[in-house]
Design a protein around this ligand. Structure first.
Ligand code: MD0
Ligand code: SF4
Length: 353
């Protein structure tokens, strides 16, 4: 039985403003109840899990919210060997993740014209060895590079705008081109990749900025949308403030719920990278249906917003996540369900491009 899709064309700025600004407990409760019902309508009580492999922490950019920014000269950076990545990937697969998220800074060793063949070879080797769905988060690439990644087996491309207000963007992703970043997502969709965009919360954005971002994300061919609260880290200079009426965490949850109601069929992550395992249940209650940033212990792999949080104590493991979500009567979807969802979304997306 195919579900009649929820029509969201009637959700406009005023409604979004109410959801984001109204701090009345009743309004928030209603918002989250609606978001949960909407998520369960499309995904039931199942969730997807992404293994996270931060393969290189080198970066040529200097984003003010990121501890891996190039001006953080004190940071011990790494590039993981293929052997380490294959071993970590196999552990995540044996544990039951649905996808491998291969993230790196904009590391010239992999993304310069001279280095890009290395990235292609790495992706092809991982695909041949695992046959798993692969997400790539390498920063801004050109259309032909994105096509080449799709040809060697990449399925997803993640490239976050953080905020769609150009002034806020410029303060966060300094010296980076707003339009080029957006174009990379459009080129990725045109290359047949599933695409993710993400918002950063708690860096001085206003409700109007968040509404602008939500409506912009709805218009883009995105299969996954996310919001993550800013985590102040080593050498970050972005001011941890918000001009909305709530705390950044409350705003993140309201944004996740608004995303669910505005884009009901898209995948929405609850990232372990902000608050670790303890932050999972509130994000599921806000309408998320994917758990991301599962990192295997003992491989020396890092998180992004939270470099070490909950990794060596195995609280970012599949077992810990499944046990936590079982408390909310939720269980992992089958791999075939995730693959079928991807396939169906790719077909649907291509017909709209
Ligand atoms: C996460 N730390 O999922 C990861 C990262 C990049 N594709 C994902 C932000 O939270
Ligand atoms: Fe580099 Fe990404 Fe961090 Fe920006 S957010 S400094 S591009 S690793």
């Amino acid at each position: 039985m195919t579900k009649k899709n929820i029509n969201t064309d009637n959700i406009h700025s005023r409604q979004l403003q109410l959801w984001l600004e109204d701090t009345a407990t009743e309004t928030q409760k209603n918002l989250f109840t609606k978001a949960q019902a909407c998520r369960d309508r499309y995904f039931g009580h199942t969730f997807f899990m992404y293994g996270f492999l931060y393969l290189s922490t080198h970066c040529r950019n200097d984003c003010t919210f990121c501890q891996y920014r190039c001006s953080n000269t004190r940071l011990q950076r790494y590039r993981k060997t293929l052997e380490t990545l294959l071993e970590a990937a196999q552990r995540l697969i044996d544990d039951g993740v649905h996808l491998l998220d291969l993230t790196l800074g904009e590391d010239p060793y992999y993304v310069s014209d001279e280095g890009f063949p290395r990235l292609l070879e790495l992706v092809q080797t991982l695909k041949n060895a695992t046959n798993m769905p692969l997400m790539l988060s390498p920063g801004v690439l050109r259309a032909e590079q994105l096509r080449a990644l799709a040809d060697v087996g990449a399925d997803w491309y993640a490239c976050y705008q953080e905020n769609h207000n150009r002034n806020v963007f410029a303060q966060l992703r300094c010296q980076q081109d707003f339009d080029q970043r957006k174009q990379a997502r459009l080129d990725a969709a045109a290359a047949g990749l599933l695409v993710e965009d993400g918002l950063l919360i708690g860096v001085g954005e206003t409700t109007a900025d968040l509404i602008e971002s939500l409506l912009a994300m709805k218009e883009e061919p995105l299969a996954q949308v996310r919001a993550m609260s800013y985590v102040v880290g080593e050498a970050t200079t972005a001011q941890p403030t918000t001009q909305t009426l709530k705390t950044p965490h409350e705003t993140e949850l309201s944004v996740l719920a608004a995303m669910r109601l505005l884009m009901p069929q898209r995948l929405i992550p609850a990232s372990l990278d902000v608050d670790g395992l303890q932050g999972l249940s509130t994000r599921i209650d806000a309408g998320a249906n994917v758990v991301t940033s599962l990192v295997p212990s003992g491989c020396g792999l890092a998180g992004v917003a939270s470099k070490d949080l909950d990794i060596e104590n195995q609280r970012r493991s599949v077992a810990a996540v499944c046990a936590e979500l079982a408390k909310q009567d939720r269980r992992p979807a089958s791999q075939s369900t995730f693959q079928a969802w991807m396939q169906q979304y790719k077909i649907g997306q291509q017909s709209c491009l």
